[in-house]
Design a binder for this molecule. Structure first.
Ligand SMILES: [Zn+2]
Length: 189
């Protein structure tokens, strides 16, 4: 069955069919320098969109937390999507240890992840695929960050059904790939 992503955007969403369903109510956390196609995808899904360099979900980011709270309490979203993309300049900058006062500070968690990541550490000169691997690992980390917020945990505890998904957009093919299985209230375990 063709899902809404494919019907409305013409962008093939192989790998997420059946995960992103036809119902509305989605909160999308994306990267500020995402390809335009990706933002179009989010828009046609009528998603509430939050973006920042590196699609980070930091517990210290009041803007993100306020939008997350609004998405859950006012819009009753049932899905939260953290979506990174291949060829991400933010991830590349972090992997190169950017020292810029503002961008470097913002990307600090990504810089830490790059140092810890064996895939990145073993690369000589940082290949494109290495940066893309880091982008995937970052999405997984941000999914965990969102799942640990009191906002989401309180919503789960109150009985709300919310899934948190991690995805990567591949610009050359226009495809979305699931990189983190949906996390639900079972995670409270
Ligand atoms: Zn990016």
């Amino acid at each position: 069955m063709t899902n809404e992503l494919e019907r409305t955007s013409g962008v093939e969403s192989r790998g997420v069919s059946g995960v992103i369903g036809d119902h509305p109510g989605r909160f999308w956390i994306g990267c500020s320098d995402s390809p335009a196609d990706l933002f179009e995808l989010a828009k046609v899904q009528n998603a509430l969109i939050h973006s920042n360099p590196g699609n980070l979900a930091l517990p210290s980011d009041l803007s993100l937390l306020a939008t997350l709270k609004m998405a859950i309490d006012l819009y009753n979203v049932s899905e939260i999507v953290i979506c990174g993309h291949y060829g991400c300049r933010s991830v590349e900058a972090a992997s190169e240890g950017i020292r810029n006062e503002i961008i470097g500070d913002w990307l600090s968690p990504l810089k830490t992840l790059a140092v810890k990541s064996p895939a990145v550490r073993t690369a000589s000169g940082g290949t494109h695929s290495t940066v893309d691997t880091l982008a995937e690992q970052n999405v997984v980390l941000q999914v965990m960050n969102v799942s640990r917020t009191s906002i989401v945990r309180d919503a789960w505890a109150s009985g709300k059904t919310i899934s948190i998904l991690g995805m990567i957009f591949e610009p050359t093919s226009g495809r979305l790939k699931l990189v983190s299985e949906p996390i639900t209230s079972v995670f409270l375990g």
